[in-house]
Design a protein around this ligand. Structure first.
Ligand code: PGA
Length: 259
């Protein structure tokens, strides 16, 4: 794993945007795996501004999002479809039909999950998968004890995840109980993965994912099995890492290794 420790959230976001731009420039018709959540909002704002400056085009790219709530129609304001329209798709130049999320309103969510996995495979797989991390170590909505071999499926959300996401819902509204999420094995199939974690509240999950054993109890630890995984952290999210100084020596300020 490549552990890049940046000064702060803004520097980490810029570094991630650079990596995404490089990937899209190297392969303009590539397949991106996209994520939602608070961490991604400034990243998408940065990508939108690079697009507006004419430095980044998604015209030939495709995308697949990690997950969607079961029971929310794409038009629901708290659906991840709406999130993506609001933060990215509504402002950049993906071709119509080139972006995909699971349909949380499908009559049979299990069949929808299987079909979504098949669509990713049919598109040739994901070139670069973006990931956030939950305080409980989840990636996508793969909650603790998710099989390390899991594929896209319906998962029950933990109370801690529902509580963390309640901030996106209005008063009197509850986050859904179920979601369709890419599985851990689906994520491992991506040719490259890029996880972003910022803030002190993520430090224990980051420590467990990087320096703990590979364990279904910390789903992000499965990234230890990936050959091209990069983790971009700010100082706060890196603060519990035992080998923090070593990671910083290898990649000072997130710079590429010198050898
Ligand atoms: P956050 O969520 O970016 O809103 O912290 C990350 C996640 O739960 O995967």
């Amino acid at each position: 794993m490549k552990i890049l420790i940046l000064q702060d959230r803004a520097a980490g976001t810029r570094r991630a945007a650079e990596m995404i731009c490089d990937s899209v420039m190297r392969r303009p018709d590539g397949v991106l795996g996209l994520a939602t959540g608070g961490t991604m909002e400034p990243l998408y704002a940065e990508l939108v501004s690079r697009h507006r400056e004419g430095r980044l085009s998604f015209a030939r790219a495709k995308s697949f999002n990690l997950d969607e709530y079961v029971g929310l129609a794409p038009s629901h304001p708290q659906s991840y479809h709406s999130y993506m329209d609001q933060h990215l798709f509504g402002h950049v130049d993906f071709a119509p039909g080139a972006t995909a999320l699971p349909d949380g309103s499908a009559p049979d969510p299990h069949a929808e999950a299987d079909a979504y996995e098949a669509r990713i495979v049919a598109a040739g797989g994901i070139d670069l998968q973006l990931l956030g991390i939950g305080r409980n170590g989840h990636i996508g909505f793969n909650e603790p004890t998710s099989s390390l071999c899991s594929r896209t499926r319906v998962k029950t959300l933990t109370e801690s995840t529902r509580a963390a996401n309640a901030r996106f819902f209005g008063p009197g509204e509850e986050p859904p109980t179920y979601a369709i999420t890419m599985g851990l094995a689906s994520i491992l199939d991506a040719r490259e993965v890029l996880l972003l974690a910022f803030g002190k509240e993520k430090a224990p999950a980051v420590r467990a994912a990087i320096e703990g054993p590979v364990s279904a109890f910390t789903p992000a630890s499965v990234l230890q099995m990936h050959r091209h995984a990069t983790l971009i952290l700010d100082q706060a999210a890196a603060s519990d890492l035992e080998l923090r100084e070593y990671y910083f020596t290898v990649h000072p300020d997130g710079a590429p290794a010198v050898v």
